[in-house]
Ligand binder design. Structure first.
Ligand code: FES
Length: 283
């Protein structure tokens, strides 16, 4: 299975379909606030993995009820709940997928195809149960569970092996040593400009506004883009750094994500000034 997934990561033949679907998703899911809603910007956490809990839970419960006598009505209800709730979860997943790297999009395409097959089986299962053909509904339900389980397995590979929508910057903290680290002489630190510095080989950005200085990790939590090369923009009255790769925006006074595709905030580090020297440490 691992070898197969590695082959899928490298399967450039999937790109024709993937590129077309990516353009279609980007053209359809507009404006930005709809994309942000689906990325989970408001939640500070990717939304898709949270939303899939509903169909997965409902479908597994359906399978359990299908193995028990006298539970047809409850099984039909749960099967329908799972099938209907899978649709918004799929839309949120497509929205995240469209901003992934190419190798991740290939695996994501197979993940989506497998789940679509599962969804089609479950839609047929609901229709069969509601028209009194419960044995057929049960069979289609088990087939759907098989396809959706395969989709979930591939989704696990996408998240945990390929790091899709996982915070890409937070592990940088593990490479920083304890204690305060000197960063810059305040007298030489310009106002309202992004400055890049290193702390134990970990790249951080500095942004000074008056006597306040924000220090945050430089690697974008979405796909490791260099925030130090990004632009500073005023968004909703707050100075934000905009990632040069896919446009995620983070507040410079706290690191909250204000625009996706990142669904995660950016880590800000504590600061202090000692004898005119800016220092930072691990949170
Ligand atoms: S790397 Fe994708 S938005 Fe920063």
């Amino acid at each position: 299975m691992r070898a197969l997934l590695t082959k899928i990561e490298q399967a450039s033949g999937l790109d024709r379909v993937g590129d077309r679907l990516q353009r279609a998703v980007q053209a359809t899911l507009r404006p930005q606030r709809v994309r942000d809603l689906l990325h989970g910007v408001w939640l500070g956490h990717p939304l898709h993995p949270a939303m899939v809990q509903v169909p997965v839970g409902a479908w597994i419960s359906t399978a359990v009820l299908d193995l028990m006598p006298g539970q047809r009505r409850a099984a039909t209800t749960l099967c329908a709940v799972g099938t209907v709730s899978a649709l918004p979860a799929a839309v949120a997943g497509l929205n995240d997928w469209a901003a992934l790297a190419r190798d991740q999009r290939r695996v994501g395409l197979v993940h989506a195809a497998s789940n679509s097959v599962g969804l089609a089986f479950y839609a047929g299962s609901v229709a069969a149960r509601m028209t009194g053909r419960h044995n057929l509904g049960r069979t289609l339900g088990f087939l759907g569970l098989g396809a959706a389980s395969m989709g979930a397995y591939i989704g696990g590979h996408l998240a945990y092996k390929q790091g899709a929508q996982v915070n890409q910057s937070i592990s940088e903290l593990h490479r920083m040593s304890d204690g305060w680290h000197s960063l810059a002489d305040m007298a030489t630190l310009p106002q309202r400009q992004l400055i890049t510095r290193e702390v134990d080989d970990v790249s951080v950005i500095l942004y000074r506004h008056g006597d306040e200085v924000t220090v945050m990790l430089e690697r974008c939590p979405h796909q490791s883009g260099p925030l130090g090369e990004g632009e500073v923009q005023e968004i909703d009255g707050h100075a934000c750094v905009v990632c040069p790769w896919h446009g995620s925006a983070f507040r410079l006074n706290g690191g909250e994500v204000v625009h996706g595709p990142s669904g995660n905030d950016q880590q800000v580090l504590p600061t202090r000034i000692v004898d005119g020297v800016l220092e930072t440490r691990l949170p």
